[in-house]
Design a protein around this ligand. Sequence first.
Ligand SMILES: *[C@@H]1O[C@H](CO)[C@@H](O)[C@H](O)[C@H]1NC(C)=O
Ligand SMILES: *[C@@H]1O[C@H](CO)[C@@H](O)[C@H](O)[C@H]1NC(C)=O
Ligand SMILES: *[C@@H]1O[C@H](CO)[C@@H](O)[C@H](O)[C@H]1NC(C)=O
Length: 198
Amino acid sequence: MASQLLLLSLLCTLFVHQSHAACAEVASDTEAVAGKGFKLGCVSCKLRSEVESTAIIEWYFKPKGEADFFPIYTYGSGIATIEHEDFIDRVDWNGSKTSNDIQDGSIYVLNITFNDTGTFRCYFNRILIYPNHEYSTLVSKLVHLTVVAKATRGTASIVSEVMMYVTIIGLQVWLLIEMIYCYKKISAAGEEALREAA
Ligand SMILES: *[C@@H]1O[C@H](CO)[C@@H](O)[C@H](O)[C@H]1NC(C)=O
Ligand SMILES: *[C@@H]1O[C@H](CO)[C@@H](O)[C@H](O)[C@H]1NC(C)=O
Ligand SMILES: *[C@@H]1O[C@H](CO)[C@@H](O)[C@H](O)[C@H]1NC(C)=O
């Protein structure tokens, strides 16, 4: 038993460390709350992690109902540029901290408005640097963003928590009623028996 627990905790530790080191292409959240900040996620893992590379990240936005994307933000060599007036002072870098070898190109948009509803697209312009040549790759990802007045997922979890308490209390009340009912039946039967004996 003890050795099994030990093995389990060892595996767990290994897994946690692994997932810290490794790059995982987690999809972005897609529901933002008006007035709050929102992290637009974009991760593109390097397939050959041992090869050195540089990357430039570009973000584009297409408001809901419009036809074209326009550039909003560029990040490369540690320098961020906001490209569109609607996003001035509203975008912070949330991606990889090392300036060149970027695998996480996420950005953080402050003060979300309903006008931010639409499609965001991020581009990874990556150049893999081999001893004799360079190889450039382009990866793009989409985030379909909806903006809500307040977090609906929060409400759902509150409802489920309330339901859990209602269920627990309901079960206890039912148990209590059963016990009282049983007790009454038993004591009634006892009295009956006593009366019969007399
Ligand atoms: C993302 O940026 C926001 C705003 O600057 C900051 O509060 C938050 O801690 C950042 N998160 C990460 C994971 O870098
Ligand atoms: C974002 O909202 C805060 C609080 O409402 C405000 O102080 C700040 O000026 C806003 N920033 C921008 C860039 O609109
Ligand atoms: C949203 O867009 C409309 C139409 O372009 C504009 O009139 C309004 O001021 C915008 N709202 C915000 C909060 O940017």
